[in-house]
Structures are given as structure tokens and as C-alpha cells.
Design a binder for this molecule. Structure first.
Ligand code: ZN
Length: 271
């Protein structure tokens, strides 16, 4: 979700509000999108469903995160930005095409996270369409699929003027929002709960699993690295393992985003 250096490099940035004002504008935009859903699908399930998703994706999410899921016989969704492939940052290294191929071969879902990983509010429409096409070409060389992919917003930042493009191009689009998807749900702005530091926060996230068991719905988690010394946007292996174990042991159906939609008989966005 982070890596702002990519956004700084990009020539298409159309808004240059000061940071704090821009973040406020972003939160306001997300609220507006929630208040005026582009489309509505009904999330109804008797069995609680949990999806574990990863953004960007750091190599520890492949080496450690995917392995933790696989040890429990479940799989995750990995939202990839082609523009971050193989990128080395001070505190993490992003997977390249070979890493993505490995995830797909091991049964995980590969989703789209844009190519350039910019806040999409700051990209004009033609550049945005070109960016999505570029990532589709990148992902198609890794994991060609007949249907639409699922998408996650960089920085969980929505944009009213781009919902139509996204709804047309993707089965679902995942944002943040710290909530469970239940009942009427906008497929273009799925809600998700962040797994992030500190460790006490990660440990407390079992309450979300208890809540979705109590009143079934679709709980989507998102995170980044799974490392002994995680970034603020990740988790330690032990804490992540406890969360996955809790979901499985409490009888949740742990599924990729695509498989969760199939299980509920949902098409996603209707274009
Ligand atoms: Zn991201």
C-alpha cells in the first residue's frame, strides 16, 4: 500500500494539495463513495467467510505469508502492481514476475493493484486506462485467465470519476474501511480490515473473526509483509499464523476473493 516514491516519479499527477489536506480530501471521497454505492450486490452466507489479501507484494508475503495459509490448506489473494516488480526498498523487496508465477502455481489468486501504484485520484482518466491496460498485460504474462480479475485500490483511495472504468474492468475492487461485508455491498468498494502493527493490534484482530462467526458475512483482511521485524503495514509470522488459525478453528471458510464470490454465487460488478 505504501511506496510513495512511485507516485512522486509519475508525470500524470493532477492534484498537488498539501499532504494533510489531500489525505482529508481522500477520506471525504471514500465516505462519499460509501454513501452513494455505484452498484449493490447482496452478501449473504450462512458460513462465515474470511479472505486474507496482500498488497504490492513484499517477498515475505510469498515466502512466509503464503506458506502459513498453505499449511492450513487455504489460499490468499495477492494484489500486484507491475511497476513495483523486483523493487528494493529500505525495509522490503517486492516480488517480481517469477514470484507472482510461483504464487499462481501454488493456487493463490493474483489480483490487480494498478501498474504505477499511484493514488488514483491523482491520475487523469486516459493515463489511468493506460495504466490498467499495462498491468493487465503484465499479469497476463504470469497468470492468464478468462474472467475479470479482482482489484485493490492503492492506498485504499477511491475516486468517484473512475468507478465506472473499474466496475467495467474488474469483478470487485477492494478498499479499506475497517468493516465486514454483509447484506447490500458495493462490489466496486469492498470493505476490508487492515493487519498492521503494533503486534497487540494484530492479536486483537481475532475479534473481527469472532464477529463474523457471530453474524456471518464476508471478512476481508489486508496486509503487506510478514516478517520478524515487520514494516508498520505488516505482521510478524507468529501473529499472522494465530489469526489464520483462529479463522480456521472457528469454522470460517477461508477463501480467495474470487473463490468467496463464487461460493456466494455473486458475479461481482455488472459492468
Ligand atoms: Zn499498495
Amino acid at each position: 500500500m505504501h511506496s510513495p516514491a512511485v507516485a512522486r516519479r509519475a508525470p500524470e499527477i493532477t492534484s498537488r494539495l498539501p499532504g494533510a489536506i489531500d489525505r482529508f480530501a481522500g477520506r471525504l471521497t471514500n465516505r462519499l463513495i460509501r454513501a452513494t454505492p455505484w452498484q449493490v450486490m447482496q452478501v449473504q452466507t450462512r458460513t462465515p467467510i474470511v479472505s486474507f489479501t496482500f498488497d504490492d507484494v513484499p517477498d515475505s508475503a510469498l515466502r512466509v505469508g503464503a506458506a502459513i495459509l498453505e499449511a492450513r490448506g487455504v489460499r490468499g489473494t495477492f494484489y500486484i502492481s507491475g511497476g513495483l516488480a523486483g523493487r528494493v526498498e529500505p525495509d522490503r523487496t517486492l516480488i517480481d514476475a517469477a514470484g507472482c508465477r510461483e504464487l499462481a502455481a501454488r493456487g493463490h489468486e493474483i489480483g490487480c493493484h494498478t501498474f504505477g501504484h499511484q493514488d488514483i485520484r491523482h491520475v487523469d482518466r486516459p493515463a489511468f486506462v493506460a495504466d490498467l491496460a499495462r498491468n493487465a498485460r503484465y499479469l497476463d504474462t504470469i497468470d492468464r485467465r478468462p474472467g475479470r480479475r479482482n482489484f485493490a485500490y492503492p492506498y485504499n483511495s477511491g475516486c468517484l470519476g473512475k468507478l465506472q472504468i473499474l466496475a467495467h474492468s474488474y469483478r470487485t475492487c477492494r478498499a479499506g474501511g475497517e468493516a465486514i461485508n454483509r447484506g447490500p455491498t458495493d462490489p466496486s468498494f469492498l470493505k476490508a480490515v487492515e493487519i498492521r502493527q503494533p503486534e497487540t493490534h494484530v492479536a486483537g484482530l481475532t475479534r473481527w473473526i469472532d464477529a463474523v462467526v457471530e453474524k456471518p458475512g464476508w471478512l476481508i483482511f489486508f496486509t503487506h509483509d510478514i516478517a520478524p521485524t515487520p514494516t508498520p503495514y505488516g505482521s510478524t509470522p507468529a501473529a499472522f499464523e494465530r489469526l489464520v488459525a483462529h479463522a480456521v478453528e472457528r469454522g470460517c471458510c477461508v477463501l480467495t476473493v474470487d473463490a468467496a464470490l463464487d461460493r456466494m454465487g455473486l458475479r461481482g460488478s455488472t459492468r
